[in-house]
Every structure is written in C-alpha cells, then in structure tokens.
Design a protein around this ligand. Structure first.
Ligand code: NBG
Length: 790
C-alpha cells in the first residue's frame, strides 16, 4: 500500500465511516479513520490464515486468559504491515502529527501486569510465526483502574476505554452463547442434566491480530455479557422503570470490570462467575468449530490444544468433561482422558494466596453439576493413586491448582528457576506422581513492540548494522557483538540512549513537574507494587543514599534519577503505604538544595503499557530486586536488557537466565538465593540482626520513623516499619547491605561511560533469546504439538 492509497482509504473512512469532512476532523476522527484504513489491510491476511488453517486441517491452539494487557494497537499494526512511512506521510499531508494521532488511542488495560502482558506478547508471536490459534478472554467495560495521587496517596478511578468506539473490533452478535448459573441437577434416563436457574448471553467481539509483515493474522475473541432479555416491558408498564432493566444490569455486571488484584481473588462470587462465563463460552465456541470439521470427539486432543493461563480458566476441565459426558454421552473416564489430552496449564506464581481456591458451598451453588464432576475427578485420581496425599477438595474448598494439574497433560513454569520451584514446592507430590508432566517455558517479549515500536532510534541503528532480520529472528542480535569493539558503533549506541533520555526528561517535566538531568543515571523500577518486589527496599536505599550525599556532598557522587511506576491493588494496604512513602520521599528529596541534581525521585502516576514503552528505552538501570524465589519470571527485566539497561537484581525468576546470557560481568548481582532466603527466615531475629549490623539501614528506617518525610507525623509509616522490624518476611533488611554495595558498584561503572555503554550494548546483543517467538515455538513443540503454517 502506497502513501497515496493509505491517504485515500483514510479519507474514505473519515467521510463514510465517521461522517466527517477534513475541515472539521479532530485528532480522534483522524486516528479512528486511520485505524479503520489499517484494519482493512489486516482483513485479507486474516481471512487467508483461516482458509489455510482449514485447508491444512491443522491443529489449533486456544489461549484462555482472564487478562490481555494489549495496550495500544495502532502503532503495532502499522509497523507489522510496513506502513510506517506511508502513515507519516499521510498524516503530515493532512496537517497532523503522527505521535499525537497515535497517542490518541486509549491504552487497553484488560490485565493487571505480567500475566496479562505475556498473553498479549504471545498473540503477536503466534501471528508472526503462523501458529493457528485464538486468544479468548473477557471484554471488560472497565479495564484496570486509573491511578492518581492525592497528597501522595493512591486514588483509584474507573477506567473507561470503551467510552470511545473500539476501532479494532468486529462485533459478532451471531456468535452468542447462553451461559447458565445455579439451579439444580436432575437425572434423566440415566444421564445427569444440569438445569441452571439464571443465564446470560456471551457475545463475541473479534480483534484481528496481525503478525510481522502481515503474513498471518489470528483472532483475539473477547466475550461481552449481555442479558437474554434486555427489557421487561410488563414491569415497565407497571411503572417499575428500574425493575424493567434489572435483568440487563445483572448480566452486564459479569463483564463490567477487571478485578484489580493479581494475587487474591476478591469479590468471590462474581469473580467465579466471570471465570466460568468466559471459559464456558470459549469451550462451546471451540467445540462448535471442531464439530464443523470432524465428527469424532475422541480426535479432540489431536486437533485442539487449550492453554489455561493460570488457574483462572481451570473450570475448563470439569466443563469439558460435562459436555463430553453429560451432553455427548461419552464414558466418564474417557471424557476425563480426552479433556486432559486437550488441556495444558501454565503456573505463574508460587505465592500461596494467589493459588485460587473456592469454597465448596459457593461452587456448589453457582455450578452444581461441576461440583459433582470435580468430586468424581478426585475419586478417579485417588482410585489410581490410593497413597497420594493430594486432594482437590480440601477443608471445604476446591483447590484450582490441584484440579488444573490433574486435568492437564502438561504443566509449565515460566522460567527455569520457577519451574524447579514448582516441582519442589507447590506441586511436589503431584510431580512425584507425574514426573513427565511439568515442563519449563521461559517467558519472552515481542521485539516488534518492545524494541522496534518503542525504541525507533536503537532499531534504526541495529538495522543499519546487521539488517532487519532481527525483528522476527531476535537471536540475530548476536551479530552486533563484533561491532561493539568499534568505537563508532558504541558512540551511535550511546547517542540513541542519550536522545531517548532527553525525550523522557521532557516528558517527566511535563507530567510530573520535576526537572531531571538527562546526563544522570536513569534508575527505573516499574511493575505492580508488591512487598515481594521490594519497592520499599529501593526507597530505603534512596533514603540512605540521600543521607550519605548530605553528609559528604563533595564526595563525587554519580547523579541519579530514581524512577518508580506501578499500581497497588486497591485493597492491599501495605502496598498503598509504600506508594505514599515513595511520593513523600520524592517530595522531600526533590526540594533539597544540598543534593540538587545529584538525586531526584520521580513517580509518574498511572503506569501502564504505554508508559512502559516510554520509560524502558530511556533507562540505564533496571531494578529487578525481588525476594529470591518469589518472582516467577518477570518480563520487564527482558525488555530492559534488550533496550540496553543494565540489571541490578537478585537470582530470581528469569534474572538467572538473563545473567547467564549477558554474562555475569554485565549484570549487578546481589542478595540471597532462594535457598538462602528460606534458611534466613528460620532465624526469627534475621531482621533485627541485619538492622543492628547496618547503621545505614538503621538510619534510613529511623528517618522514616522520625517523620522526616511525613511532615513530622511519626505514625504514618508505622505499618511498614513494624513489618520490617517485626518479621520482615520478604527479607528486605537481610539483603539491604548487599543491595547498597551493588548500587555503589553500579555508580562506579556508570562513571566510566565508555565501559557502561559497552556493557549496555552487550546486553542488547545477548538478549535475543528472550523473544516471545522463541517461547511460542517452545510451547508449540513441547506442549501443543503444532507446526507453524508459514
Ligand atoms: C506473573 C509473575 C511474573 C511473570 C508473569 C508472567 C501473575 C500471577 N504472575 O513473574 O509474577 O513474569 O506472571 O508469567 O501475574
């Protein structure tokens, strides 16, 4: 498509789809017209991919995920279709600024963090590789809440991405599934029949996801909940205007809001209904498609792979058994085998509070037939393994982790270390029983968004140096290595970073009102606020550094800008205290003339995918400082390394593999190993001893306690301080000195720019393995048994 073609298509949509002319078109109109024009270009490869899949009678994969953190889509699609230049020209010709038009698109935040963003990267990779498949999820009316700070405190506001038309999607009212809840189970002619009491419609909305160079496109199908009957005319005629829409309100509640918590399932009943709603609708859709091609349900494992993204869709096991056994009359044991052959399950965390479990009475009330089937699945398992201590039904709860494991033919962890911990901790007994079931698939990130789209300066340099093959073959970045010895290359690499930093500095000034020096080290920690991720350790180190600088202002400090980004779950009190503490510390330090440009702290509100795209390319230092054994993988860590930020981190999650690849000398390691953390906790005095041994840590804690950052209020941070001095489960104190020392090594390295840039470039050159293309190829080979169709 030439720029002229694109321009014509845009103007046509402006007129006929949006009903606007050029004279009155706003940025929104132009963005929407461009979106529709670009979307048109996706339709052909999309149809073609479907045709090819049918023609090849290929197996398909269905990725079931309660979260898809897709962010903005326009730039991705433009880049993947090679329309970057045409878009620039077209928009400039119409008098619009490309960046402004792209920035007009809302950030679709249908996820909380890593798990949801991983699902979005996987969609991009599946379409790039030509892996036939679909993503299935919920079309939340309100995505993750918008974060604002009021006097340093986090305030949550409803997010509203669908207020504007969603330009990418195709509504499919003809693909509507009736989803029941509650009711009772009857035996009819020897078969169990579930008679639900309530029901809603799940209506499909499709977003095509086009891969690199437009060679393939898959579908993200999101279900919206609709009432069966929107309006009760009788009630209305009786004058009961509110009652007349009650049905509608109940139904729509189900897809109203994403649960803003990635560790604890709240709002129990509604959350369970959401999970069943999208899982059941997806399974029905999958089986409908399967049955148009094949009439033998025992072929299911050969033709269909269903990946459960964490336990959220775990009800897929019993639901599939119910359909096969109750509805299609397959023998129970065979139905279980067929379901297991089809299903695979990814575990994303070892945090015990995150492994879902539902009260049996709740599950029995909402899904009475499933409750019976789960009991039978457990019975069958125990009949085969009479000595197993494992129970799905335990102390009045249904344990979804155990259910998922038993109902899946493959279970995977998301990094090498995490997978080993899955084997030795949460699923130790089940692993003994099924030693071949657990496999490892280290996470990855899509280079199209996280390098090509987010970092055009670095991308241009890479392409000039080694050609553009790296975009869908990221390990080609290795070819940069010989160039790293070339001073000209390093200079160009440094220039790209410097320009990115200058751009970010201007943005920080605009949004957070803080002036920062682009020559200072940009030290960045962006991720959900959680105790195990230890933002509080970072802020304690910031305080200690500030105190040290004040004590010796002329000691030749390396200037730093500490940048934080992240949301705390609304009900997570301790995390919200940390949010406020960071803001309080920032206010005091940023106003200190003694430290001035040597130290600044910024925390822009409302961290999201779009903000990550701005921050990561401009970062020097990547903070990956979790308590070892707690971060399953991390994916931000990979994005930073690719974009030439050096990591300061613990031996946790994928940090371990990043360090192996980039080289220990290009990674700042500190802290205890996962094993040492466990041993450390055995001494109930570990935190007291660490504080006693570290005057620096004691002084930082003391300053918080004395109200230095809280206008003299000595109680504001009593909770955080009490935890740290009390039991300090996340071993912040025990790791503090090691972290401080590593930070001083970082200072010294940064003070030698040539050496630093060389280390950064080596990170880029050696991180190609962390492409989600590699991860998807791994799933295809080891879990799904699917071959690429490109
Ligand atoms: C998160 C982990 C991350 C990991 C992502 C993607 C959940 C439940 N888990 O470490 O905390 O990178 O999953 O696998 O969101």
């Amino acid at each position: 498509m030439t720029a002229d073609d694109l321009r014509a298509a845009l103007l046509r949509h402006l007129q006929y789809s949006l009903g606007k002319d050029r004279g009155t078109a706003t940025v929104y109109d132009i963005r929407m017209a461009l979106t529709l024009a670009v979307r048109d270009q996706v339709v052909t490869p999309w149809f073609e991919s479907t045709r090819q899949t049918y023609a090849a009678q290929s197996k398909r994969v269905y990725y079931l995920s309660l979260e898809f953190l897709i962010g903005r889509l326009l730039e991705d699609a433009v880049n993947n279709l090679g329309l970057g230049k045409a878009t620039q020209e077209t928009l400039a010709g119409l008098g619009f600024d490309t960046a402004e038009v792209l920035a007009n698109e809302p950030d679709a935040a249908l996820g909380n963090g890593g798990l949801g963003r991983l699902a979005a990267c996987f969609l991009d990779s599946m379409s790039t590789i030509g892996c036939p498949g679909m993503g299935y999820g919920i079309r939340y009316e309100h995505g993750l809440f918008r974060q604002r700070f009021h006097e340093g405190r986090q305030v949550e506001e409803a997010e509203d991405w669908l207020r504007e038309r969603h330009g990418w999607e195709f509504e499919r009212p003809e693909v509507s599934m009736l989803i029941g809840f509650g009711g009772h189970v009857d035996e009819v002619d020897g078969r169990m029949e579930w008679a639900p009491a309530d029901a809603v419609m799940a209506m499909a909305h499709d977003t095509p996801i086009v891969g690199w160079q437009g060679k393939w496109a898959n579908t993200l199908r999101l279900w919206g909940a609709e009432p069966i009957q929107t309006f009760d005319l009788d009630a209305f005629n009786r004058g009961d205007f509110v009652g007349a829409t009650a049905q509608e309100a109940f139904a729509r509640t189900i897809s109203r809001v994403l649960y803003p918590d990635d560790t604890t399932p709240e709002g129990k009943e509604l959350r369970l209904k959401q999970e069943y709603f999208f899982t059941a609708a997806s399974l029905r859709d999958i089986l409908r498609r399967f049955l148009t091609e094949y009439d033998d349900l025992t072929l299911l494992p050969e033709k269909v792979a269903i990946q459960l993204n964490d336990t959220h869709p775990a009800i897929a096991g019993p639901e599939l058994v119910r359909i096969l056994h109750d509805e299609h009359g397959m023998a129970f044991d065979q139905a279980v085998d067929i379901a297991r052959g089809t299903l695979a399950f990814t575990n994303h965390t070892l945090l015990p509070e995150a492994l879902e479990s539902w009260p049996q009475d709740l599950m029995g009330r909402v899904l009475p037939r499933h409750m019976q089937i789960i009991a039978r699945i457990e019975e069958a398992f125990l009949a085969d393994h009479p000595d197993s201590p494992i129970r799905i039904l335990d102390a009045g709860n249904v344990k979804m982790g155990e259910l998922s494991f038993i109902m899946a033919h493959r279970v995977n962890g998301v990094s090498a270390l995490h997978t080993e911990l899955v084997k030795s901790t949460v699923f130790a007994e089940l692993h003994q029983t099924f030693p071949d079931r657990i496999v490892s698939q280290t996470n990855g990130v899509t280079p199209r968004r996280w390098v090509l789209g987010a970092n055009p300066r670095l991308s241009a340099l890479i392409t000039d140096t080694i050609g553009d093959g790296w975009v869908d073959d990221l390990e080609a970045l290795q070819m940069l290595e010989p160039h790293i010895e070339d001073a000209g290359f390093i200079e160009a690499y440094a220039t790209a970073k410097t320009e990115n930093k200058a751009e970010l500095a201007a943005w920080i000034k605009d949004t957070a009102g803080v002036a920062v020096d682009p020559a200072a080290m940009f030290d960045v920690q962006i991720k959900r606020i959680h105790e195990y991720k230890r933002q509080h350790m970072n802020i304690l180190e910031t305080i200690a550094l500030w105190q040290a600088m004040r004590a010796a202002p002329d000691a030749g400090w390396t200037p730093r800008v500490k940048i934080f980004g992240g949301k705390a779950a609304p009900g997570y009190v301790r995390a919200k205290e940390v949010v406020r503490l960071i803001n309080d510390v920032a206010r005091v330090i940023n106003a200190d003339p003694v430290t001035g440009d040597m130290l600044k702290v910024v925390y822009p509100a409302n961290y999201n995918v779009t903000m990550a795209e701005k921050l990561i390319p401009a970062s020097d230092l990547s903070e990956q400082i979790s308590t070892a054994g707690k971060e399953a993988s991390g994916t931000g860590n990979m994005k930073f390394a690719l974009n030439g930020a050096l990591t300061i981190g613990t031996l946790d999650g994928a940090n371990v593999e990043i360090r192996e690849r980039v080289g220990a000398e290009n990674f700042f390691l500190f802290g205890m190993t996962a094993e040492e953390v466990v041993a450390c906790r055995e001494d109930p005095q570990h935190q007291a001893k660490a504080i006693a041994a570290s005057p620096r840590l004691a002084a930082a804690l003391g300053a918080i306690g004395a109200g230095t950052f809280s206008e003299g209020d000595t109680e504001r941070y009593a909770g955080v301080l009490g935890d740290l001095r009390g039991h300090d489960y996340f071993t912040v104190c025990a790791d503090f000195d090691s972290y401080w020392d590593a930070q001083r090594t970082v200072d010294a390295a940064f003070a030698d720019p040539a050496r630093w840039m060389r280390m950064a470039a080596l990170n880029t050159a050696r991180s190609g393995w962390f492409s989600s293309d590699r991860t998807i190829r791994g799933y295809m080979a080891d879990i799904w048994g699917i071959k690429p169709l490109i």
